[in-house]
Design a protein around this ligand. Structure first.
Ligand code: ACO
Length: 332
């Protein structure tokens, strides 16, 4: 294997999923859809939905504390908190500052949010890696927390079947024993922003009674089919770029963790990358698409199931609104 020595490793992960399960049968009662359509077109069987009193900050706090406990660290050890979320509790201040306060991280830590939709976790890991490379800290907390149910138009059958709620967190520390990020590749294409957006509610188009009535502040997907095609193309390309940069043959990949949006997207991406499905982690049927929380939740479950052990090489790929996409190879 060629490539550069890793700088940053993931030393612990944790996840939080709300208890409440919403099945496809539950959705049949809300919109004109069917369990068989959802399963055949997406692979999703159920998703978790957070109750009104559990927000993105609440879920992120639990995942963050879980990851720190697993790493044997205290909140006061954290030098930086990077949160990715498409569903902040409020627009200002950042979710990261709220999580900093909740977990009791010290004031010598800096905290901020990034906006990269479903690709947010991989972007945040790269930011953490860069901060460590600059020698600015030793312990970084990456938290991805998403209450997608709060921005879904529950009358829109094209989107409401796809998403769920949850959070995942990772502690990122300097590499040791060759563990850590081997290569990464991230891109975005703002020309494709109209494909997937919340058109109203920002400073350009503040909420009005009319926009609220028309649900223009909710997630709107223009063409699921085009998002689908872009996702496969971009994740396959990013995965190949990462394997090339790290000098990894495909048979050196122990586990692929793709973003979980649609089982057909996952299968096509794995096929392009030449990775057999028995090496691909899938939990989409249980959670749907949890946006940027997807990958850390997968990593945490994969480790718990013994599919990621020290030394395993994992290839992660993601795409989301922006459009944004990326891939990362990491030795566990
Ligand atoms: N139940 C039943 N029928 C439906 C449903 C539904 N829930 N949703 C759409 N349909 C209908 C459509 O109206 C259409 O009917 P028509 O042929 O009479 O016009 C038909 O099913 C086919 O619709 P398509 O959109 O062409 O279906 P497709 O096979 O592309 O599947 C899907 C749709 C599942 C959305 C797929 O395109 C997809 O997964 N795309 C990727 C979407 C995605 O991942 N988005 C999230 C990005 S991540 C982020 O950053 C937020």
């Amino acid at each position: 294997m060629n490539g550069r020595p890793p700088i940053a490793r993931v030393s612990a992960t944790a996840r939080f999923l709300p208890d409440q399960v919403m099945t496809n049968a539950d959705l049949e009662r809300l919109v004109d859809t069917s369990d068989s359509w959802i399963r055949e077109r997406t692979g999703i069987r159920e998703r978790r939905i957070a109750p009104d009193d559990i927000t993105a900050v609440d879920m992120g706090e639990r995942a963050a504390l879980g990851a720190l406990a697993k790493a044997g660290l205290e909140p006061s050890d954290v030098d930086m908190i990077v949160v990715s979320t498409a569903t902040p509790d409020r627009l200002l201040p950042s979710t990261a500052c709220e999580i900093q306060s909740r977990i009791g991280a010290s004031r010598s830590c800096l905290a901020f949010d990034i906006s990269a939709a479903c690709t947010g976790f991989l972007y945040a890991l790269s930011i953490a890696e860069g901060y460590l490379a600059a020698g600015r800290g030793e312990t970084i907390l990456v938290v991805s927390t998403e209450k997608m149910s709060s921005i879904i138009d529950w009358d829109d059958r094209a989107t409401c079947i796809l998403f769920g709620d949850g959070a995942g967190a990772a502690v990122v520390q300097p590499s040791r024993n060759g563990e850590g990020i081997l290569a990464s590749f991230h891109r975005s294409d703002g020309d494709l922003a109209p494909l997937l957006q919340r058109p109203v509610g920002g400073a350009a188009k503040p909420l009005t009674e009319e926009s609220l009535r028309n649900r223009e502040h909710m997630l709107l997907m223009k063409s699921g089919r085009e998002v689908f095609r872009s996702a496969v193309r971009s994740m396959a390309h990013a995965g190949n770029m990462v394997m090339e940069e790290a000098g990894l043959d495909v048979d050196r990949i122990d586990l692929m963790v793709p973003h979980q949006a649609n089982s057909r997207i996952i299968e096509s991406t794995a096929r392009y990358a030449g990775i057999p499905m028995d090496k691909v982690f899938v939990n989409l049927h249980r959670y749907g698409n949890i946006s940027s929380a997807t990958i850390p939740v997968c990593l945490d479950e994969a480790e718990e199931e013994g599919r990621l052990v020290p030394g395993s090489v994992v290839l992660m790929t993601a795409f989301g609104a922006g459009l944004t996409w990326g891939a990362m190879a990491l030795r566990w």
